[in-house]
Design a protein around this ligand. Structure first.
Ligand SMILES: Nc1ncnc2c1ncn2[C@@H]1O[C@H](COP(=O)(O)OP(=O)(O)OP(=O)(O)O)[C@@H](O)[C@H]1O
Length: 233
């Protein structure tokens, strides 16, 4: 279980106070208006932002004292953060071993992971020789190969065409189930994830305004605010 209780962050122009629980092994979609605090929530869980107080724990482990690299999580960004001079296999390998001094077993694991994201035969390509969707598959593979139990995805597929975006969400969901990882995904198109997410969270003004099964959140009294947030993005 990911437990966030009254985690406060304050800047001159924005204040957040997050409280949220996410069941281990589930997919949690984070929606809300632009500037409402979705990315900041993920950055706080990842350790890029430090709350002034509150509780932040995953499966009973207090995350607060841990620097980002020591936290049990991997993050996938919208711009995928791949290194252009490294091959696809090396980019994925960074998720296992930053030095890239990989053992034979680790190389095998990377090949398996590339297969599972549909990139068989792409190992020696450079990111610049691939489509946007393929690059996001590499980023997803790098996060999953790390074996970390919590994966944070910050609008990972929003630059893709609607059909491809949906395919990638289904792929991420399939791999998350297979590997029993917990996923938090910020998304501007709730309809893409409503039937696969276990939980949907509406974040606005730095707070979790609603949290529950997607249908319950989407059909709640928040529906007009959700529609406005979607049309703004
Ligand atoms: N380090 C920081 N210093 C000052 N303000 C910050 C910092 N990090 C985030 N903010 C502010 O927090 C607010 C929420 O931003 P955030 O990126 O979390 O929103 P969002 O819901 O992800 O928006 P979008 O959907 O447009 O990506 C913004 O007003 C932003 O300027």
């Amino acid at each position: 279980m990911l437990v966030i209780e009254n985690c406060r962050l304050t800047w001159p122009d924005f204040a957040a106070d997050y409280s949220l629980s996410v069941k281990a092994g589930s997919l949690c979609a984070v929606i809300g208006p632009s500037g409402g605090g979705k990315t900041t929530l993920l950055h706080m869980i990842a350790g890029f932002e430090t709350p002034e107080d509150g509780t932040l724990a995953f499966n009973g482990q207090d995350l607060m004292p841990l620097e980002p690299a020591k936290r049990p999580m991997a993050i996938v960004f919208q711009d995928h953060n791949l290194f252009p001079h490294l091959s696809v296999a090396q980019n994925v390998g960074l998720g296992l071993r930053p030095s890239l001094r990989l053992t034979a077993d680790e190389k095998h694991l990377i090949a398996e992971m590339l297969d599972s994201v549909g990139l068989h035969g792409f190992a020696s390509r450079k990111p610049g020789e691939m489509s946007g969707g393929q690059r996001q598959r590499v980023a997803l593979a790098r996060a999953l190969v790390s074996g970390r139990p919590l994966i944070l995805l910050d609008e990972p597929f929003s630059s893709l065409d609607p059909g491809l975006r949906r395919d990638m969400i289904l792929l991420a969901d399939k791999l998350r189930r297979k590997r029993s990882v917990t996923m938090l995904m910020t998304i501007h198109t709730p309809e893409d994830v409503a039937d696969v997410a276990d939980q949907m969270v509406f974040v606005a003004d730095g707070k979790v305004v609603a949290s529950g099964p997607p249908a319950a959140v989407l059909n709640s009294s928040l529906a007009p605010r959700i529609a406005a947030a979607v049309s703004d993005s």
